[in-house]
Design a protein around this ligand. Structure first.
Ligand code: PXP
Length: 252
């Protein structure tokens, strides 16, 4: 298969949110993961939250054994989550900040401020063979800290970009672009995600140093109207077009 310049990780958490609303087995997030694989996803992302509000331990066990795509486990840096990650050894582990009362992951991980506490988690996950990424704000101080702590990958939080409008959004997009360029300079692999939709994905997909986007809530919600297969295919097409255009500009 042709190597893609920009990977799509499909986050299936909110299939589990809908399932858990009734407590039965449907809809099944593993079925969604398999469908996502056929629709063109490069990886599956799932966040096992401390309160298990969507993805459960059984989902992680099934995802690890039943899907062929790389699994990216989003997790808080806690002993419980580390034990689970070390048991499953996912392809990738993304450390995220987690507050019980938040509706979704608000803000990035403070790697600079939490350096000593986070360092053993990065080391243990890396030693187990998982590709460790840190979900951070597009802030050079956090990037420097990510490099110093030994993480090979960062995921830039696009939530502020997604929520802002007009000039404020443009300014946040510049921060994302600058951070991605800085990743390249210092040798960090750069991913991005949170709050991305058909309407706002193109400028982020066009950042040439970004090699992976992780997208969940919008895809699962939009699938109600368009079906998961065509929703993922449309997102893929938007990402590929944005990337092809930027590569065309660079080689012109
Ligand atoms: N990346 C990370 C690290 C996240 O925590 C999330 C949300 O779970 C996402 C990407 C996907 O965000 P969204 O569901 O808004 O697309």
């Amino acid at each position: 298969m042709m190597k893609r310049a920009l990977r799509l990780g499909v986050n299936i958490d909110h299939v589990a949110t809908i399932r858990n609303a009734r407590g039965g087995p449907d809809p099944d997030p593993v079925r969604a993961a398999k469908l996502a694989a056929n629709a063109g996803a490069d990886g599956i992302t799932a966040h096992l939250r401390e309160d298990r509000r969507h993805i459960t331990d059984t989902d992680i066990t099934r995802l690890a054994s039943e899907i062929d795509l790389p699994l990216n486990l989003e997790m808080a840096a806690t002993d419980e989550m580390l034990e689970i990650a070390l048991r499953h050894k996912p392809h990738a582990a993304c450390l995220v900040p987690e507050k019980r009362e938040e509706r979704t992951t608000e803000g990035g991980l403070d790697v600079a401020g939490g350096f000593d506490r986070l360092k053993p988690f990065v080391a243990a996950l890396g030693d187990a063979g998982s590709r460790v990424s840190l979900f951070i704000e597009p802030d050079p101080a956090q990037l420097d800290a990510a490099l110093a702590i030994g993480a090979p990958v960062v995921e830039l939080h696009t939530g502020s970009y997604a929520n802002l409008q007009g000039a404020a959004r443009d300014a946040e997009l510049r921060r994302l672009r600058d951070a991605a360029a800085y990743c390249d300079e210092i040798g960090l692999e750069c991913h991005a995600g949170h709050g991305l939709t058909f309407d706002n994905v193109v400028p982020v997909a066009a950042i040439p140093q970004v090699v992976e986007l992780n997208i969940g809530h919008f895809l699962i919600g939009e699938a109600i109207f368009g079906g998961l297969d065509s929703t993922i295919k449309r997102m893929r097409a938007l990402m590929d077009k944005a990337r092809a255009e930027v590569q065309g500009e660079q080689s012109a």
